[in-house]
Write a protein that binds this ligand. Structure first.
Ligand code: ZN
Length: 340
């Protein structure tokens, strides 16, 4: 088989490439982007693979998340989009994808001219569709009911919710790496003129976004600086924190969580001063089907390793588009351990 997904989450393309998890039989490892569930076994890949491939922005991102020495223990090849690598009788190309900074979709062309493509995580709106023969697609929102009934108004909702909060004092925004920086851009472009305050790591990641062209021109402050100076006299600022800190910081303050797991409304109130805004960096169900349709593959594999509904998506691809589709790896739903 020319494409597969292993039990450990490696997306195998052609004969040599494993994306997003370590696979000992593959000399080339690709990291599609810097989210944790796409960096599985990266240390092993750095030790054992001939080459670990990613975009320069993803490399910078990982340097901040894991420390600058982490990647230096392997042979990392940071390549730009559309810059092919030839390995033996196959060709590998990274294409741009709309997800987080540096994210890529991966195309392998084999000796017979077969085009084997992995989308990685993506949001349909600004993702170029690549034609393929075999397509491996993410399935985060693979269920038909994971369809959003709203579009661009999410950004306006985000802006007005933050503006409302700022009338009372500071606003705490919680989200994942990459998403937080998208919020910074949205607020910056909306001319929300208050300081942005964040922990050191988020500050470093934001600076990398800037280096790679993100429109975050506002001076950014680390949380430490905020307490060391009297700069923020009027206490109106936006604080940015990783989602996993939401039960620890900004308790009792005006809080906004940005999450893709919202489908009915662009903004939902979840507490007295707490909101969830449906800013997503993944395609909804409709977007996933649209990608498949336009890529025109002969066969589709849906990623059944990462969170989502790969089996539901495969069923709908077969039913609605008439294309052979299966979810891999196959999940054994019958419990194997029945010991009492
Ligand atoms: Zn991701």
């Amino acid at each position: 088989m020319k494409a597969n997904v292993t039990e450990k989450g490696a997306i195998l393309l052609g004969k040599y490439v494993a994306c997003d998890a370590y696979e000992k039989t593959r000399p080339l490892r690709v990291v599609t982007h810097a989210h944790g569930d796409h960096m599985n076994g990266l240390g092993q890949s750095l030790r054992n693979c001939d080459m670990v491939v990613m975009t320069p922005a993803t490399k910078d991102f990982i340097d901040v998340i894991k420390g600058p020495r982490f990647l230096s223990r392997g042979n990392v090849n940071a390549i730009e989009y559309n810059e092919p690598i030839v390995y033996a009788d196959e060709r590998l190309i990274l294409h741009r994808v709309d997800h987080i900074l540096g994210a890529a979709q991966v195309l392998v062309e084999d000796a017979e001219g077969m085009r084997i493509l992995y989308t990685g995580d993506f949001r349909m709106s600004n993702t170029p569709v690549i034609e393929s023969d075999i397509l491996v697609i993410e399935a985060t929102y693979g269920s038909p009911w994971r369809t959003r009934s709203f579009g661009q108004e999410v950004k306006q909702e985000l802006i007005s919710t933050v503006e409302e909060g700022l009338q009372q004092g500071p606003v705490y925004v919680f989200g994942y790496h990459g998403k937080l920086q998208e919020v910074m851009q949205v607020l910056h472009e909306a001319r929300i003129e208050v300081p942005f305050v964040m922990p050191e790591r988020i500050l470093q990641i934001s600076k990398i976004h800037r280096k790679h062209g993100a429109r975050i021109y506002r001076p950014l402050f680390s949380t430490k600086q905020k307490f060391q100076t009297t700069l923020l006299g009027d206490e109106r600022y936006v604080a940015f924190h990783h989602m996993n800190r939401r039960n620890k910081v900004g308790l009792g303050e005006f809080r906004v969580c940005v999450s893709g797991w919202e489908f009915n409304s662009p903004c939902r109130q979840t507490g007295e001063k707490e909101y969830v805004v449906a800013l997503s960096d993944h395609s909804d169900f409709k977007g996933l089907l649209e990608y498949v349709k336009r890529s025109q593959p002969k066969m589709v594999i849906t990623d059944n390793y990462r969170a989502g509904d790969a089996e539901g998506l495969a069923i709908q691809i077969r039913k609605q588009l008439g294309i052979v589709a299966k979810a891999l790896p196959i999940r054994n739903t019958i419990p194997t351990n029945t010991a009492s």
